[in-house]
Design a protein around this ligand. Structure first.
Ligand SMILES: [Zn+2]
Length: 269
């Protein structure tokens, strides 16, 4: 008897709203890391509605997509050789809607009209946090096919439906030496598996740490992260001792050294 190797057609199934192809459309390409900062990978299981949602203003704050672009492009530009920035070069110059960016002086601040809006800095901070969690879940789906796992429901609630609040730990380096290959700057990646190169990143059941455009972040992988946080802080502090001077939980956008001012220290005599 011949065994027929029949392929079962894969039905697309949105990791955000859980709708399938019959219920919603999957026509647009959903970049896991925004294309505007060089992201190249696509998550197949993001429907057009959810894709569109992440590009929309939300609750008086910039979209997740645009805030990730506007903030992390500043870090990208800081990391790359200035000759590689410009028209038809690896990184194009960008203008910012929300920030004043002076690359020659390495100054980066919120435009005054936004600075005066009550609660705006916190709103931006929350959108950045959502953006980092969003990249994680879409990459988990792309790389491991595990984005629908119910343990990540809290990420769906937070990023897509604005429910709850989850931590983003930010680790501040001691020295302005950041080892990176140019391709990770022009086309950033999220590495889900432990990498020998980053020995200071630890693996803990309730947390995930990653290096992204010169920054080191930790996020929760469980809604019950608070049960394990004490132990996590202890272990991560040990692994980072000497290389990182402190950590904080991100609340405002400027809790992250987006312009990588630490690089200035390195150039000082
Ligand atoms: Zn969806």
């Amino acid at each position: 008897m011949a065994i027929l190797n029949q392929q079962i057609p894969l039905v697309k199934h949105c990791i955000w709203c859980k709708q399938i192809e019959e219920e919603t459309q999957f026509q647009k390409l959903a970049h896991t890391i925004p294309q505007s900062i060089g992201g190249q990978h696509i998550c197949e299981n993001v429907c057009d509605k959810c894709n569109h949602f992440f590009g929309q203003h939300f609750n008086g704050a910039p979209s997740v997509e645009s805030i990730i672009k506007e903030t992390f492009n500043v870090s990208r530009i800081r990391l790359i050789d200035k000759n590689k920035i410009g028209k038809n070069k690896p990184i194009t110059k960008f203008s910012s809607q929300y920030f004043n960016v002076d690359l020659s002086k390495n100054k980066f601040s919120l435009k005054p009209s936004f600075r005066l809006q009550k609660g705006f800095q916190e709103k931006i901070g929350r959108q950045i946090k959502k953006g980092l969690y969003k990249m994680f879940l879409e990459e988990i789906e792309r790389q491991k096919g595990d984005g629908h796992n119910s343990k990540y429901d809290f990420i769906r609630e937070f990023c897509r439906y604005d429910i709850g609040d989850y931590p983003v730990f930010y680790f501040e380096r001691t020295h302005g030496i950041i080892m990176m290959v140019t391709s990770w700057i022009t086309t950033p990646e999220l590495f889900l598996d432990p990498d020998q190169q980053f020995k200071y990143l630890i693996r803990e059941p309730y947390f995930f740490e990653f290096e992204f455009l010169g920054h080191v972040f930790g996020i929760a992988t469980s809604r019950h992260w608070d049960l394990a946080v004490e132990n996590y802080i202890k272990k991560t502090s040990e692994a980072k001792s000497g290389l990182f001077r402190k950590w904080r939980m991100v609340k405002y956008f400027n809790d992250i050294d987006l312009s990588l001012s630490i690089l200035d220290d390195y150039h000082r005599p």
